[in-house]
Design a protein around this ligand. Structure first.
Ligand code: FMN
Length: 197
């Protein structure tokens, strides 16, 4: 049986969603997937980034990670997406990439892929669920299959309990967060594997 191909795609200004993506990639590999860890291209002007030391440092931490391309979207059987909340929806850097996917959508290349989403926001009620929903809304236009974590694992009763996707506040993942992301990623791999047959 061929290993499911999973693209873990993230955008991160300060490191939180980068951390989530790294955990998700490791868990997907452990679950038997072929994995690509990919960042979304930055769109903010370099002089703005250079003016904020934490942003600049995060750019350096991610410098070895390739930028996601349309080929990666076609290659993958499933997507694990992690992007920060910006005014209640996904960061515009991710939306800019999404807005290049028209040609793939047109040929049906995105249909039937699996997808799961995570996010971080400054405030617990600051738009985490709406951000994940905004990603899932787009995925429905593609004909992708949403693999939400639900409450199908006990960790969801410890991690803040967002059944749509793991969500957190900025900072490094704690042990519960790591287990929750690993569970969500493994569920994506297993569901993708079932669909591949
Ligand atoms: C322009 C902008 C808009 C934001 N909007 C929200 C928001 O609506 N709700 C919220 O709780 N946090 C908001 N934040 C905080 C971000 O969600 C936070 O910086 C992000 O989760 C950190 O993720 P990262 O470490 O991966 O960059 C916003 C931050 C910026 C810069």
């Amino acid at each position: 049986m061929a290993a499911p191909k999973i693209a873990v795609i993230f955008y991160s200004t300060y490191g939180t969603n980068h951390g989530i993506a790294v955990e998700a990639a490791e868990a997907a590999k452990a679950a038997g997937a072929e994995v690509r860890l990919l960042k979304v291209a930055e769109t903010a002007p370099q002089e703005v980034i250079d003016g904020q030391e934490p942003w600049k440092q995060q750019q350096e931490r991610m410098s070895d990670i390739p930028e996601v391309t349309l080929d990666d979207m076609e290659w993958a059987d499933g997507y694990f997406i992690s992007v920060p909340t910006r005014f209640g929806v996904a960061a515009s850097q991710f939306r800019v990439f999404v807005d290049t996917l028209g040609p793939l959508w047109q040929t049906g290349a995105l249909a039937g892929k699996t997808i799961t989403a995570t996010t971080s926001a400054q405030n617990l009620n600051g738009g985490q669920e709406t951000t994940i929903f905004s990603t899932y809304t787009t995925a429905m236009h593609w004909g992708a299959i949403i693999v939400a974590p639900g409450y199908a694992d006990g960790v969801k009763f410890e991690d803040g309990g967002n059944p749509y996707g793991y969500s957190t506040t900025p900072g490094p993942l704690d042990e519960t967060g790591k287990r929750s992301v690993a569970y969500q990623s493994k569920r994506l791999v297993e569901t993708t594997q079932k669909l591949l047959g």
